[in-house]
Design a protein around this ligand. Sequence first.
Ligand SMILES: Nc1ncnc2c1ncn2[C@@H]1O[C@H](COP(=O)(O)OP(=O)(O)OP(=O)(O)O)[C@@H](O)[C@H]1O
Ligand SMILES: [Mg+2]
Length: 558
Amino acid sequence: MKPHIQFKIDRDLILSIIVGVIGSLVALSMFFLSGYMVTQSALGAPLFALMVLIASVKLFGFIRAIARYIERLLSHRATFTMLRNVRVQFFKHLIPVVPDVYRKFNSSDLIARMIGRVEALQNIYLRVYYPPVVIGVTAIISTIVMIYFSYVHAIIICISMIATLVVIPWLSAKRARILKRQVNKVQGDFLNQFYDYKEGYEELDRFGRTEFYKKQVLHQLDDYEAAQAKEQRFLSLYEYSLNIVSMIALFFTLYLGVVQVQNQELDVVYLTSIVLMMLTLFEQAIPMSNVAYFKADTDEAFHDIDEVIAHPMKQGVEAMHLEVLPTEPLYKVRDLNFKYWNQSSYVLQDIQLSIDKGEHVAIIGPSGSGKSSLLQLMLGLYQSDKGEILLNHQDITNIVDEEKYSQINALLQTQQLFDGTVRENLFTDKDDVELRNVLANLGLDHIDLDRYITISGNTLSGGEIQRLGIARLLLRDVPIWIMDEPTTALDIYHTDSVMDIIHTKAQTLIVATHDLRLLPYFDKIVVMSEGEIVESGSYQSLITERGYLYQMVEMNVS
Ligand SMILES: Nc1ncnc2c1ncn2[C@@H]1O[C@H](COP(=O)(O)OP(=O)(O)OP(=O)(O)O)[C@@H](O)[C@H]1O
Ligand SMILES: [Mg+2]
């Protein structure tokens, strides 16, 4: 079963419902008594009797206020507890879907779901489940009591409450869902487009595309406003139908009441009381006017949140085997097939590869041939659909991250920097002398360790960022190095010196690269094309065989 957010009913909620029902019943009794008092005073009841009635009405007023206070306190506490639980659950489920989740949702969408959609759930108790339950229970008790005074009015309460609490919400639920989904979608589209436009404005400006994009953004805004207007119309209609129900019910309450009084089936002193009580009952039912809408909204919120956490990655639990058997390869990739979750075609097919301890392997191939995907799988960042990747005889996805990364140095195609000093960005506790040494070896001696750099990296050159990424690896004593195009941003001079250092420092080295000049320094070359390994072997043997590598080198020379 897919993971999903669960939420449970807690003690506060049940208590708040009980107090809510008591509060509603007190309100009904208060108005019933008021009606009785008004009629009695018109009929000339003695003053002391009226005083008792007035005092009772006041007392009910007090009790009602207190009940309402306690009910609010409890229901809000229940809501906050629920929100906290949802956030904790969401966070727990979010960790196992990283990094896949970043590929599925862009950051604005993900943040909207993490914050906005979770926030939307605050309405689930107060606006979705609470009103029908409290009003329903109040209505049932009122109906039973009313049978004692007038069964006709009991029937009116019964029918009108069924219409208010069940029939109309049920009829409008589907429409509410469709509308809510529409509004959420156009809102999301609008925000994404607006965000893109704002972020990419300079790029668009250089290509003369700002007007085109602006029109699109404004168009999305119109759509959003139209969807909101439609939603508003629906809400008015829904509220209107609830009002009609209450009007009809009140009309019949009065009309049938008068008929009953004429036929002497009902004592006239109760007529005003019954009418006032009905009015109060409908007043209590006002929160029902948004139930269908909020139900649709919270259902959507659950759906949006569950979608984020739906595809968990397996979390490694095993300790890593550190002893490599002398007869076995360090890495063994067997029958590997892989596709990204949102793509239909495979990006890696039938990959077989073994890498010995101490071997230096280069992976080459045209852009899009699957080099980065293969390296990321070898790091255990994704799970394959078929086949396996064994590191020391152990499925890489079974190994605990911490243990895995204590043996593997990885440089992905892009490096993430953080706001802070260069020293902080090197992720190490080693002393400054060593840090300066490593930076100097990489030709970065001009960069001060205290220099402040930003998350976007736009205060450094591309080559400097890349070398900072490599410096992070050099500061760790780790045997296995996996690097995705480590020298793309470097000039020839820096490429050669940096690769020299890498070859010296790494025990086992796996590098994806487009730089054919580097290949003679590797023990094995793996050539990829369209997701498959088309040839592999030592540089010399592949050149002699005059296959893919030979053609690539020839093309490069010419
Ligand atoms: N996150 C992703 N989701 C879906 N498809 C992806 C994703 N990443 C890569 N791909 C697709 O998988 C295929 C292989 O991509 P990959 O990045 O592995 O190629 P590559 O050989 O590293 O290319 P390059 O030399 O340009 O870095 C490409 O067709 C690419 O469009
Ligand atoms: Mg790549």
